[in-house]
Design a protein. Structure first.
Length: 136
């Protein structure tokens, strides 16, 4: 039962990360995409896939961030599975820029770890948050 709840939690985190990225957080990645990953080919014929590429790169940052910052005790397993799956997709899509995209994934994971570390060491030690301690 615990594994089913954990799986449901990560599916919910994946949906939340996707929705937040598509509607709100993608605008932060437009300059990053313009500096690091700009390509000369903009799309297929008349179709420009730049917006879809920006959303995909932003998801590669935010999914590990949400998994590690808000995950349960299986958060590092979820991060490892996410890292392997996203790196395989990145290798198939653009093998020349694989290291840059892996750095984006790992930086999302590191920021999630930092958020969790700060929350555990500050919010988890406040007496008023004692009932919430099981979440940290």
């Amino acid at each position: 039962m615990q594994i089913a709840l954990s799986l449901l939690r990560y599916i919910l985190l994946l949906v939340i990360a996707t929705l937040l990225t598509v509607y709100i957080l993608v605008y932060a990645f437009e300059p990053v995409y313009g500096l690091l990953l700009r390509s000369e080919v903009g799309g297929f014929g008349d179709i420009d896939f730049t917006d879809a590429a920006i959303i995909f790169v932003a998801l590669q940052f935010y999914i590990p961030l949400f998994f590690i910052a808000l995950g349960d005790n299986l958060r590092y397993w979820a991060f490892a599975i996410t890292l392997v799956l996203l790196s395989l997709i990145d290798y198939q899509v653009d093998p020349q820029r694989l290291l840059i995209l892996l750095a984006i994934i790992v930086s999302g994971g590191l920021l999630g770890w930092l958020i969790r570390f700060v929350a555990t060491n500050t919010l988890g030690k406040m007496p008023s948050f004692e009932p919430m301690k099981r979440y940290f």
